[in-house]
Ligand binder design. Structure first.
Ligand SMILES: Cc1cc2nc3c(=O)[nH]c(=O)nc-3n(C[C@H](O)[C@H](O)[C@H](O)COP(=O)(O)O)c2cc1C
Length: 396
């Protein structure tokens, strides 16, 4: 008989050794506030505000594990020199009574040659229209080196006072590029069968878990669906989820989409082509996006809890907590997730639209987010920092 988990979304719960004060976590939403790869006061204030707004934990979004994993100049990469600033960030989040996590990843084949100063590398050699460059296939030495970079980055995050790390194995980032047959054409032990495609992500999860210890949560964001033919489907995603659990993941976040191919599958809603093209650093990209954006980037209509069915199947396949993500923007929706047995939810745009979203749900001032999914916040993140362009209730 199924036992229904009817937890209150404002009640505390645990992931590994970490107690979170409620079930709502700010999803990793790239802030665009790390100009020249530095932690800025704006980034710290952004997360302080999110923490003050009532989430149990905020997530500092995409942080590369090494300097060569960046697609933009204003992306962070983990290194000893930024620890004092990261310590300021985690301290200001903690002072607001929330925990802090950081998303660690690598862009792989869609890193930007101009930003990293060398040829991008990925699971296999591949042309990237998004960054107009051709990547090379990673050697076994590269794979071992990036595994060590993930481990070192997680250790530094722990030293900086973060309460958890989130490894990015979804959205077409490097680990996802190894998992996906769309990007992984390798003939060695890192390509071909699912077991082989899993090898590198498993080395990373196992290595990170061993390094940070059993009490320190290692969350893994993964794809329940890549979203293009030749990509990961739910059938493989169920197997991947079970393997990630075996490797030591403490919780899974089953998202969807591939940044370089179907970026809006993870978001749904309006395609802000005009705003996105205006913010492209190169003239070629600006013109290309403006002319062909609608054809290059598929549109997906928004609906609440848009990743529910796949996430539920993943939850049923594993014994670790599954953190729901995707359109959890109302009290009724979040409560439905609790009733289905999800331990936690991650919320993105609702907290960009209004950093006090959770506080307002709890007080009864709001029952759902007024975010209209115009997605212009996605364009704003590359033009000085993310904020809600629609109504400017949120940050700035
Ligand atoms: C402005 C913006 C930036 C984002 N940046 C990231 C990112 O850096 N890493 C990531 O995994 N997901 C990123 N996402 C996707 C979110 O984590 C989340 O999957 C998506 O917004 C769906 O959740 P929501 O419906 O609650 O907004 C971003 C989303 C937005 C709106």
């Amino acid at each position: 008989m199924m036992i229904k988990n009817t937890a209150d979304c404002f009640s505390p719960s645990k992931i590994a050794g970490l107690t979170l004060k409620n079930r709502i976590i700010r999803a990793g939403c790239f802030e665009g506030m790390c100009q020249n790869g530095q932690v800025t006061d704006k980034l710290i204030e952004h997360h302080r505000q999110v923490a003050e707004g009532g989430v149990a934990m905020t997530t500092v979004a995409y942080c590369s594990v090494s300097e060569d994993g960046r697609a933009f100049e204003h992306e962070l990469w983990m290194r000893k020199e930024i620890l004092p600033d990261l310590i300021r960030l985690t301290a200001s989040v903690h002072a607001e009574g929330a925990s802090a996590s950081i998303q660690l990843g690598h862009c792989g084949f869609f890193t930007n040659k101009k930003v990293i100063g060398k040829q991008p590398m990925g699971a296999s050699a591949k042309w990237c229209t998004f960054c107009m460059s051709y990547s090379r296939e990673m050697t076994v030495h590269d794979i071992e080196e990036k595994t060590d970079d993930f481990i070192r980055a997680a250790e530094l995050a722990k030293e900086a006072g973060f309460n958890a790390v989130e490894l990015h194995a979804g959205h077409g980032y490097l680990l996802s590029q190894f998992l996906s047959p769309w990007t992984n054409k390798r003939k060695d032990k890192f390509g071909g069968s699912l077991e082989n495609r899993l090898r590198f992500p498993m080395m990373v999860i196992e290595g990170v878990k061993k390094a940070v210890g059993s009490d320190f949560p290692v969350l893994v964001k993964m794809n329940q669906l890549d979203g293009m033919s030749g990509g990961i489907s739910i059938t493989e995603a169920l197997k991947i989820a079970k393997e990630f659990e075996k490797a030591g993941a403490d919780a899974l976040i089953p998202s969807a989409g591939f940044t370089s191919k179907v970026p809006f599958l993870m978001l749904r809603g309006n395609l802000p082509v005009k705003e996105m093209s205006e913010n492209q650093p190169s003239l070629l990209n600006r013109i290309g996006l403006k002319l062909f954006g609608r054809f290059m980037v598929p549109e997906h209509p928004y609906e609440p809890l848009f990743l529910f069915e796949g996430a539920k199947r993943i939850k049923e396949a594993v014994n670790i907590p599954v953190i729901y993500i995707g359109g959890a923007d109302s009290l009724a929706g979040i409560q439905k997730l609790m009733d289905t047995g999800f331990e936690f939810v991650q919320v993105g745009r609702a907290t960009i639209q209004d950093p006090d979203f959770v506080k307002k749900l709890q007080s009864g001032e709001l029952t759902e987010s007024p975010c209209d999914h115009c997605n212009r916040c996605v364009a704003a993140m590359d033009a000085g920092g993310v904020y809600c362009v629609s109504n400017e209730v949120g940050f700035m």
